[in-house]
Design a protein around this ligand. Structure first.
Ligand code: SF4
Length: 578
């Protein structure tokens, strides 16, 4: 098979199937070859790839998919979010691969009533996809056309959320109804940004219950009464009591029991929604569904979303046990989660794909990664980029800790050190990872560079602050606790970056606390991945450079216990100052 794969790669290059003049960068062709060979050695196996910025992991995923598909296999490319999906879409277009991309239903509009697809005219009338495919508007229905192309193509692009819904909820439903599964198990799947899989799976299966749910159910009930459609029989007081139980009872067993009651209520609303759609089909045959009915249907849809999450979650807890529940009661909402993430990932993700490739620029320690992600017997590939890091050292100043105990004594000294570093980089822009808003506020209060510093409070303000920082011609320094991921600070946008505080996950979050108690390895792994993500913000291409400073002494302890978490591209640049 080795030779066939190599010949296929030659054919792809000679015939410019990846675009005119396409050439692999160093290491890419070998990695594609290794991935395809591994598939043929064992089509149920798994590969984990650590691919730092500059290695072109999306090209590796696409070229491997092209080879495997040309050899008669079908697969999925799965991205973590819509932004990355858009980037893949433009790469697919640039490389002339003609693979379809599909997103969640509400990213598409119904061409008849202008509503999101889930409230499209056919959906409001309770039509299934088969009935909709006979409508005159079917040819202009962006979602259904995209979906059809994605189902029929040998390779298609999806995001985690869509893939998880299709491979779990939709597959189960279709099998129960003995109907064909649209997005079935395929031969191979590439998961990008795979360091986020634990978070993605957790959040996908986390029900959030708030008091708006009571309003929605009451509105739905009133609509049923007004339109003489059989109701659910629940009074407002009863609904208030049920939701309050979920949101206020203290113990896991009590919350679990109250969620089971809520599940029955939500199923009742789901049945009512089906009656409403049937009636809408009868009343509005041949013309558009009226606005008040559309509004009611939105309400029923939102109740249905909650019902799906609650049902999936209860099913999971029945399997793993009530002691694995994590409850986060807040005034505005209650979130229920599960600490057994490796099991969740196995059940919802590993068992739903064939040959799997997990790729990330920040895998951290590969053994810990695999253990935490429920991956057994994977092959690990670490790629190197062609970056010259001589001008991008990582300087660790091992002097002052900022733990709870040391904070008050050391803070003035660390801020003084921060000021010295900012002085040294006069005329250059940079960023400071503060670890928390508290530290950010102390820096703003006590730093002598207050006029160079730019800061923000919350994610909305961050976007605006970042835009101003990016375009500024002055030597500004952007500071905040959430600059670790997703920012492209290439070239002069950032020539230095300072880790004021090591970004340990906050123990105030009950899920983080439960996960840390279950596995200290997870806590350290997560912290290392955040540091690697942060370090990667300012060196983006082969010519780029930036100096990184770590001025929180607790990094020494993290390094000591987790030296395998940091790849050579990090450790070889590390200089420690006492
Ligand atoms: S099939 Fe027609 S009615 Fe249904 S969502 Fe698409 S465009 Fe709208």
């Amino acid at each position: 098979m080795k030779q066939e794969i190599s010949q296929e790669l030659d054919f792809i290059l000679i015939n410019e199937l990846l675009g005119q003049g396409f050439e692999f960068r160093s290491g890419q062709r070998e990695t594609v070859q290794a991935i395809c060979e591994a598939y043929y050695e064992d089509p149920e196996s798994t590969i984990v790839i650590d691919a730092p910025t500059g290695t072109g992991k999306s090209i590796i995923a696409m070229a491997s998919s092209l080879v495997l598909s040309r050899l008669g296999n079908k697969g999925y490319l799965v991205t973590s979010d819509l932004m990355l999906q858009d980037q893949y879409e433009s790469d697919i277009y640039r490389l002339r691969l003609h693979w379809p991309s599909i997103k969640g239903v509400d990213n598409y509009e119904c061409s008849v009533n202008g509503q999101p697809f889930s409230l499209g005219d056919c959906k409001l009338k309770g039509m299934g996809y088969e009935q909709a495919s006979r409508l005159h508007c079917y040819g202009s229905c962006e979602y259904l056309q995209n979906r059809k192309r994605a189902i029929e193509s040998t390779v298609c692009l999806l995001n985690y959320s869509y893939w998880l819904i299709q491979r779990n909820y939709v597959e189960k439903k279709m099998e129960q109804e003995q109907r064909p599964v649209p997005f079935e198990r395929r031969d191979f799947v590439f998961f990008d940004e795979a360091h986020k899989i634990d978070e993605v799976v957790q959040s996908h299966f986390t029900p959030r219950i708030d008091r708006m749910l009571i309003d929605r159910m009451v509105q739905a009930e009133n609509f049923l009464i007004r339109n003489q459609i059989e109701g659910t029989g629940y009074t407002k007081t009863r609904l208030q009591n049920i939701v309050s139980d979920v949101m206020m009872l203290p113990g896991k067993a009590q919350v679990f029991e109250s969620m089971q009651v809520l599940e029955r209520v939500l199923i009742g609303y789901n049945k009512a929604a089906r009656r409403v759609k049937k009636e809408a089909n009868r009343r509005f045959k041949g013309h558009e569904v009226s606005k008040d009915w559309q509004k009611a249907m939105t309400t029923f849809e939102r109740i249905k979303d909650t019902r799906c999450k609650v049902q999936d979650y209860l099913e999971l807890i029945r399997e793993v046990g009530i002691d694995k529940m994590v409850i986060d009661h807040k005034q505005e909402e209650t979130k229920t989660m599960c600490v057994e993430e490796a099991k969740m990932i196995k059940k919802y993700l590993h068992e739903k794909g064939g040959f799997k490739v997990f790729m990330s620029a920040t895998i951290g320690d590969p053994n810990t990664y695999m253990k935490l992600m429920g991956i057994e017997n994977a092959r690990f590939i670490r790629l190197g980029n062609q970056f010259d890091y001589k001008k991008s050292p990582i300087v660790f100043v091992n002097r002052f800790g900022l733990s709870h105990r040391e904070k008050e004594t050391n803070l003035p000294k660390v801020i003084q050190l921060l000021d010295q570093i900012i002085d040294k980089h006069k005329g250059q822009k940079g960023i400071v990872h503060t670890g928390s808003y508290d530290f950010k506020n102390r820096i703003i209060k006590d730093s002598k560079h207050v006029f160079r510093l730019m800061h923000y409070d919350g994610s909305k303000e961050k976007e605006g602050a970042f835009d101003v920082f990016k375009t500024s011609k002055e030597d500004k320094v952007l500071i905040g606790p959430s600059l670790l991921e997703g920012l492209d600070l290439k070239d002069d946008t950032s020539r230095f970056q300072i880790f004021f505080k090591i970004p340990y996950p906050s123990m105030v979050d009950p899920l983080i606390k439960a996960k840390m108690e279950a596995s200290r390895d997870w806590y350290n792994w997560k912290t290392s991945v955040s540091i690697l993500q942060g370090v990667g913000r300012s060196v983006r291409n082969e010519e780029d450079w930036a100096v990184t400073y770590i001025i929180d002494a607790s990094f020494g302890t993290l390094m000591y216990h987790n030296s395998d978490a940091f790849p050579p591209s990090f450790t070889e640049r590390l200089k420690t100052l006492k």
